[in-house]
Design a protein around this ligand. Structure first.
Ligand SMILES: [Mg+2]
Length: 266
């Protein structure tokens, strides 16, 4: 397989919601034992790295903060690379705000904003939509979305993702984001590859969704590995491949089986 670095999705790979996938935790430890470099990449648009880091600790995983790239952080980083310290208005929650502030951006009244940053918000209201609408109508304002997720699989069933806001803004203004940072965008994947410090040919992305993780791998020009421990399973695999038109390079039951394969290959 010739892989030295892995970009690991979190939900459906290492955990389901708040619950760790036991075999996957063991699999992760095997990867570390055989010297595979790893970085976790999540499209989450409401949590900061600090919050996710605490969750990993609850799973009994000793993960470095550098080993975690969340779309909130990736967005703040991307804006900093594009424009330096920036005056931002965001629709997002505290986790996204925390990451924007951490990277030196200033959260401002919408009238003073250079950037509109759209992230999911479980308390979205008419006032926030009105401000976002006015910014989206201003072509001088750069519009960045944290991820393109339509639906988020919560424990009690699907809930709207960032797409709730992107979709509403598109319907009322005709404008789509200038930039989308989260998977399947290559922006967040390129940040992860940089973090791994491994050459692109030796990096693979591991995830449970064909239209998110496998497609992100294709967009970034790296290998993709599908695990059947989340959204995709034996029954819906063929349909998902047909829908998206992309196929993973490798398929494993879960992270444990992948780790065993990489261990035996060493
Ligand atoms: Mg997933």
């Amino acid at each position: 397989m010739n892989v030295e670095g892995l970009i690991l999705d979190i939900d459906g790979v290492i955990s389901r919601g708040r619950k760790p996938i036991e075999r996957a935790i063991d699999g992760y430890r095997i990867l570390k034992d055989v010297g595979i470099k790893t970085v976790f990449v999540s499209n989450n648009s409401t949590r900061s790295r600090r919050i996710m880091f605490e969750r990993f600790r609850q799973f009994g995983l000793d993960v470095d903060e550098d080993e975690l790239i969340i779309a909130t952080h990736a967005t703040a980083l991307h804006i900093a690379k594009e424009n330096g310290r920036t005056r931002v208005f965001t629709t997002g929650e505290d986790g996204l705000k925390e990451e924007l502030i951490n990277l030196g951006h200033e959260l401002v009244d919408y009238r003073d904003a250079e950037y509109l940053v759209v992230g999911s918000n479980r308390g979205i209201n008419f006032d926030i939509f009105t401000k976002a609408l006015r910014l989206a109508l201003n072509s001088e304002v750069r519009y960045v979305a944290v991820n393109p997720d339509r639906v988020f699989p919560a424990e009690d069933g699907p809930i709207p993702g960032t797409g709730l806001i992107i979709g509403a803004l598109y319907w009322i203004t005709g404008r789509q984001p200038d930039v989308i940072v989260g998977k399947p965008s290559k922006i967040i994947i390129d940040q992860a590859i940089e973090r791994l410090g491994v050459s692109r040919e030796r990096v693979a992305i591991v995830g449970d969704q064909i239209d998110v993780d496998v497609l992100a791998g294709k967009n970034a020009g790296i290998k993709s590995i599908l695990v059947l421990s989340g959204v995709t399973n034996q029954e819906n695999y063929e349909m998902k491949v047909r829908e998206t038109g992309v196929k993973p390079d490798f398929i494993f039951r879960d992270l444990y089986e992948l780790a065993q394969k990489l261990k035996s290959g060493k």
